[in-house]
Design a binder for this molecule. Structure first.
Ligand SMILES: [Zn+2]
Ligand SMILES: [Zn+2]
Length: 204
């Protein structure tokens, strides 16, 4: 998860760059200083997410110490998973900063659209299941702006894939644990002290 020193993951295309500020200007045409700052802060994880809502599915925590809550309140998460969730919160926060910036109608126009992309996704997410029932339609060409749109979507996909990989390894670990505890349960004659030593107490 950690990149070589000085390397940052571009929040727009999710590729790693040393000189991200230059990359943002050259590759994504980010000339708005504020926009660039938000994206750079996101890339370097300098985003204050303490007041953000917990991104863990089914958790309703929304208070003032999200960082602490994720580390101490979600013991089911590995360290990497906590980081993934913090990254999601950082992205959400950055997107709301970008939305706020867009509302000010900046003189130097914004060139990335992380905030717009999330808005569209939100619209789709509000009607789960409905999309499948609708007859498949060809996408309106005007709604597919350009290669940039494709890039953004594939960046988003990469993020989701990364999360999926984390989830998968977590479920593999859980399955392993389960098998171990089943094996131990069947070996009933094992003295309690030994079982304790082998960590059976920690298994759920
Ligand atoms: Zn990029
Ligand atoms: Zn939570």
């Amino acid at each position: 998860m950690t990149l070589p020193r000085g390397m940052c993951c571009c929040p727009v295309c999710l590729k790693d760059y040393v000189a991200l500020s230059n990359h943002l200007q050259r590759a994504h045409g980010v000339h708005n200083v504020e926009e660039r700052k938000i994206l750079l802060n996101l890339a370097t994880r300098r985003v204050n997410v303490r007041n953000e809502a917990c991104p863990v599915l089914g958790c309703s925590y929304h208070s003032t110490r999200l960082d602490k809550h994720l580390r101490d309140g979600h013991r089911e998460l590995t360290r990497d998973e906590v980081e993934v969730n913090l990254d999601m919160a950082r992205r959400t926060k950055s997107i709301s900063l970008l939305t706020a910036l867009r509302r000010t109608n900046p003189t130097v126009s914004m060139s990335t659209g992380l905030d717009l992309e999330e808005e569209n996704e939100g619209d789709q997410m509000e009607v789960p299941g409905e999309a499948e029932e609708d007859a498949p339609q060809c996408p309106d060409p005007s709604s597919i702006h350009s290669k940039v749109e494709v890039k953004r979507l594939s960046a988003r996909l990469q993020l989701v894939e990364r999360e999926l990989m984390n989830m998968r390894s977590k479920s593999q670990r859980l399955a392993k644990r389960l098998r171990r505890s089943q094996a131990m349960a069947s070996a009933r004659e094992t003295p309690a002290a030994t079982r304790k030593e082998m960590g059976i107490k920690r298994m759920r």
